[in-house]
Write a protein that binds this ligand. Structure first.
Ligand code: GLA
Length: 390
């Protein structure tokens, strides 16, 4: 009995219990567009734009600074912001961001240096966590550079997890370990989300690879611990509109963090519409917290079908055409867990009802494109359980 109690206590102590990430975070992050070219006026202007252009209202509530904000440690070991680019200090900036109704995120590294060569937090976790709490930080992205042959990965992340917990301030902990040690199998006890692969770039074949990996493991995410396929490239490079729609919808339905990085003040209209599509965002933020699941086995290797139950008993279904030509594809209700004969179907990108259908639905899916649907039980049609009919 004592052994079981001790074991239960050990498991409790070992888990991350900050109450955050019940749904995936929605954020803006500086890295994908601006890399090291950041400063406090850019961040303030971005905070203004997130609010003024409707992004906060749509759910993007964190503003996260990535690498290159820090310069060196002072004689007591506390980290200092770069005096040239952040002369007013991080506390002031955080106050400004909070005054806009946003939450504030920062970046560091579980190694000796960050990837851009700024000081890392390894062996300074307590001082850094203390600074973050003083600056009212709400989110920490914690990278993995300059850590080889130092100490074990789990120990490095655990040190910061515990230092954050000890501050008493709930700080979302985003582990950026790039998927090297298959964190989807263990990181739930360490972080609120974990990167599953190296950095995304504006390159469709790499994004396709990320999608394939993500769909294989999406079902392992859950409230408080999400797979992170990296930040969104929507509105940043030259992906086509269909590619951007696919990228965004697959991130949403797999319950991945939705972290945008575009220049909000210079955003093309098609990208803006995608990022602000409330019906797709609603899938990501649905309170049931069950990520979309890949339908297996594939009957057609060009098509991926992903389905996700929703809090109000609706069902989301996504059809993804991997090929470079339009195809006809669809789904049979019974196979995606829809227990009724009929469904009212709504197309979430067209934002249109496309009518009631029985048993199945097929349509044309554009090249490299998706169709995303919400199925509702029809009010007027008596919906017989399909199994009973067979
Ligand atoms: C790593 C991370 C990126 C970004 C850069 C910053 O490559 O994976 O997301 O934070 O470092 O240097």
């Amino acid at each position: 009995m004592r052994f079981i109690l001790t074991l239960a206590l050990m498991l409790m102590v070992q888990s991350l219990d900050n109450g955050l990430g019940l749904v995936p975070p929605m954020a803006w992050n500086s890295w994908n567009k601006f890399a090291c070219k950041i400063n406090e006026s850019l961040i303030r202007e971005t905070a203004d734009a997130i609010v003024e252009k409707g992004f906060l209202q749509a759910g993007y509530s964190y503003l996260n600074i990535d690498d290159c904000w820090a310069s060196k440690r002072n004689s007591s070991g506390f980290i200092q912001p770069d005096p040239k680019t952040f002369p007013s200090g991080i506390g002031q900036l955080s106050n400004y961001i909070h005054s806009k109704g946003l939450k504030f995120g920062i970046y560091s590294d579980a190694g000796l240096k960050t990837c851009a060569g700024r000081p890392g937090s390894l062996f300074h976790e307590k001082e850094d966590a203390q600074s973050y709490a003083e600056w009212k930080v709400d989110y920490l992205k914690y990278d993995n550079c300059f850590s080889d042959e130092v100490i074990m990965t789990k120990t490095r992340y655990q040190r910061m997890r515990d230092a954050l917990n000890a501050t008493g301030r709930p700080i979302y902990f985003s582990m950026c370990e790039w998927g090297i040690r298959e964190p989807w199998k263990w990181a739930n006890a360490y972080a609120n989300s974990w990167r599953i692969l190296p950095d995304i770039k504006v390159d469709w074949s790499w994004i396709e690879t990320i999608i394939e990996q993500l769909l294989r493991i999406s079902h392992l995410g859950r409230p408080g611990g999400w797979n992170d396929p990296d930040m969104l490239e929507v509105g940043i490079g030259n992906l086509s509109e269909e590619e951007e729609k696919t990228h965004f919808a697959i991130w949403a339905i797999t319950k991945s963090p939705l972290i945008i990085g575009c220049d909000i003040n210079n955003l093309r209209e098609s990208s803006r519409k995608i990022l602000l599509n409330r019906e797709i965002i609603a899938l990501n933020q649905d309170r049931l917290g069950v990520p979309g699941k890949l339908l297996l086995p594939y009957e057609n290797d060009k098509l991926r079908v992903v389905y996700m139950p929703l809090d109000n008993t609706d069902l989301a279904v996504l059809l993804y055409n991997r090929s470079n030509k339009p195809i006809v594809g669809g789904f049979i209700y019974r196979k995606v867990g829809w227990p009724f004969r009929a469904a009212e179907i709504r197309d979430l990108y067209l934002q249109q009802e496309i009518g009631p259908y029985d048993y199945e639905y097929y349509t044309v899916i554009p090249a490299r494109g998706v169709k995303v649907f919400r199925l509702r039980k029809p009010a007027s049609t008596p919906s017989l359980p399909i199994q009973a009919e067979q």
